[in-house]
Design a protein around this ligand. Structure first.
Ligand SMILES: *[C@@H]1O[C@H](CO)[C@@H](O)[C@H](O)[C@H]1NC(C)=O
Ligand SMILES: *[C@@H]1O[C@H](CO)[C@@H](O)[C@H](O)[C@H]1NC(C)=O
Ligand SMILES: *[C@@H]1O[C@H](CO)[C@@H](O)[C@H](O)[C@H]1NC(C)=O
Ligand SMILES: *[C@@H]1O[C@H](CO)[C@@H](O)[C@H](O)[C@H]1NC(C)=O
Ligand SMILES: *[C@@H]1O[C@H](CO)[C@@H](O)[C@H](O)[C@H]1NC(C)=O
Ligand SMILES: *[C@@H]1O[C@H](CO)[C@@H](O)[C@H](O)[C@H]1NC(C)=O
Length: 346
C-alpha cells in the first residue's frame, strides 16, 4: 500500500499524466506532514478540495483550482501548528499562489524543490520560524512576487534571483540575511524591493540607479557607500527608505524629483547641504534626514512647512529658520559659522 502511495507521489512530479487525483494524494500528504491538524479534518479521501475554505479560531485555510480542477492556490494561517515545512507541497505542479502566514510553529528549511514549481507566480511566507537559506530560484519566468518577510532565514541573498525576468516584488525583510545585495533583483515597471531589518553589508549596486521603484526599503542593515544614484530630477521612484545604515554620500547636489513621496535617510553618515530641491519637490510629504552629518543652511519655503524639527535634528551643523507659518518650532543644532539669511548659500 505504501509503495503504491509512493509511486503515485513520484508520478505527481512528472508532467502530462497528472490529474486531480494526484493533487488529492498530495494534499492528504501535506495534512499528514502538518501533523493532522483539526482545522484540516475535512481533508479526507474524495473531498471536494477545489471548494475548500475554512476559517475558525484555529486559523484559516483555503484552496483554489485551475479550470481543469488542479490545485493552483493554497492559503494557510495556522498559529498552533508545530511542524517542518510540508515538502509534499512541491508535488502540486500547477500551484500558482502559495501563501502562508502567522505560522510561528513552522520550522526547518524551505525545501529547494519549491523552485521547481514552474507555474508559481506568488510565494508568500510571512511570520514563521522557517530557517536556512532563501530558495535559489533560477530562470523562472512565471514568478512575479516573493515575500518572505519575518522569518528566520539566514545566509546571503541568492544571486540567481536576478535571473527571474518577471520578479517585480521581492520582500525579504526581518530575517538574518548577510552579505551584499546582488545586482538586478527586480524587474518591470515600478518594482518593490524591501530588504529591511537584516544584516546586509557592502554597497548598493549602481544598476539600481536605473530603476524607478514603487518602494525601495533597505533600512536597518549595515550598508555603506553611495546611494545618491537612486535620486534624480527625472526619477519616478515614490518611496526611498535607507534609514539605519552606514551610507555615506554628499547630499548637496542630489536632485529630488516631484515624484518622490517618502524619504527616510535618518541614521546614516550623509554629509553636505540639504539641497534646494528638497523644498521644491512637490510630492514629498514624508521625510527624515536626522542623525546624519549634514551642514549648512536649510532651504526655505516650498514644502518645508511639512517637516518638523525632528526631521533635521542631530546633524553636524544644520541651521536655518524656514519662514513658513506651519513651522511651530525650530530646535536645530547651533550654527558654527552662520551665513546671512538674506543670502542663501544655494
Ligand atoms: C508558466 O506558466 C504557464 C501557465 O501558468 C505554463 O504554461 C508555462 O509552462 C510556465 N512557464 C514555464 C517556463 O514553466
Ligand atoms: C508582503 O506580503 C503581504 C501579504 O500579501 C502583504 O500584506 C505585504 O504588503 C507584502 N509586503 C510588501 C512590502 O509588499
Ligand atoms: C521599511 O521597512 C521598515 C522595517 O521593516 C518598516 O518599519 C517600514 O514601515 C518600511 N517603510 C516603508 C516605506 O516601506
Ligand atoms: C550582524 O553581524 C554582526 C557582525 O557579523 C554581528 O555581530 C551581529 O550580531 C549581527 N546582527 C544580527 C541582527 O544578526
Ligand atoms: C526622524 O527620525 C528620528 C530618529 O529616528 C525620530 O526621533 C523622529 O521622530 C523622526 N521624525 C519624523 C517626523 O518622522
Ligand atoms: C539629538 O538632538 C537633540 C536636540 O538637539 C538632543 O537633545 C539629543 O541629545 C540628540 N540626541 C543624540 C543621540 O545625540
Amino acid at each position: 500500500m505504501s509503495t503504491i502511495f509512493f509511486l503515485l507521489f513520484l508520478l505527481s512530479f512528472t508532467s502530462s499524466v497528472l490529474s486531480t487525483k494526484d493533487d488529492e494524494i498530495v494534499l492528504l500528504k501535506i495534512k499528514k506532514q502538518l501533523g493532522d491538524p483539526d482545522i484540516l479534518q475535512s481533508w479526507v479521501k474524495g473531498f471536494n478540495f477545489c471548494d475548500f475554505i475554512t476559517s475558525t479560531s484555529l486559523g484559516y485555510a483555503s484552496i483554489g483550482c485551475t479550470n481543469t480542477g488542479r490545485v493552483s492556490i493554497i492559503v494557510m494561517e495556522m498559529s498552533s501548528i508545530v511542524a517542518p515545512f510540508p515538502d509534499a507541497v512541491c508535488g502540486l505542479t500547477e500551484l500558482e499562489n502559495f501563501i502562508i502566514f502567522n505560522m510561528m510553529g513552522l520550522y526547518g528549511p524551505i525545501p529547494s524543490c519549491i523552485t521547481k514549481l514552474y507555474n508559481l507566480h506568488q510565494l508568500i511566507i510571512i511570520k514563521t520560524s522557517l530557517s536556512g537559506s532563501v530558495p535559489s530560484f533560477y530562470n523562472h519566468v512565471n514568478i512575479t512576487e516573493i515575500n518572505l518577510s519575518v522569518n528566520h532565514l539566514s545566509g546571503t541573498i541568492p544571486s540567481s534571483l536576478s535571473t527571474l525576468p518577471n520578479l517585480k516584488t521581492l520582500v525579504l525583510s526581518s530575517n538574518y540575511l548577510t552579505g551584499t545585495i546582488p545586482p538586478g533583483l527586480v524587474h518591470g515597471s515600478f518594482p518593490t524591493l524591501v530588504l529591511s531589518n537584516n544584516n546586509l553589508t557592502g554597497e548598493l549596486p549602481k544598476c539600481y540607479g536605473w530603476v524607478d521603484f514603487s518602494v525601495i526599503n533597505l533600512s536597518n542593515n549595515r550598508l555603506s557607500g553611495d546611494a545618491s544614484f537612486l535620486f534624480g530630477e527625472q526619477k519616478k521612484t515614490a518611496d526611498i527608505v535607507l534609514a539605519y545604515n552606514d551610507f555615506e554620500f554628499d547630499l548637496s547636489h542630489v536632485e529630488f524629483s516631484d515624484n518622490l513621496h517618502a524619504l527616510d535617510l535618518s541614521h546614516n553618515n550623509i554629509f553636505g547641504k540639504v539641497p534646494e530641491s528638497f523644498a521644491t519637490a512637490d510630492g514629498l510629504y514624508s521625510s527624515n534626514l536626522s542623525f546624519n552629518k549634514l551642514c549648512g543652511e536649510l532651504p526655505q519655503g516650498g514644502n518645508m512647512c511639512r517637516f518638523d524639527a525632528s526631521v533635521f535634528a542631530n546633524n553636524t551643523c544644520l541651521f536655518g529658520n524656514p519662514p513658513s507659518p506651519c513651522f511651530m518650532s525650530i530646535a536645530l543644532a547651533p550654527a558654527p559659522a552662520p551665513v546671512p539669511v538674506s543670502e542663501p548659500p544655494f
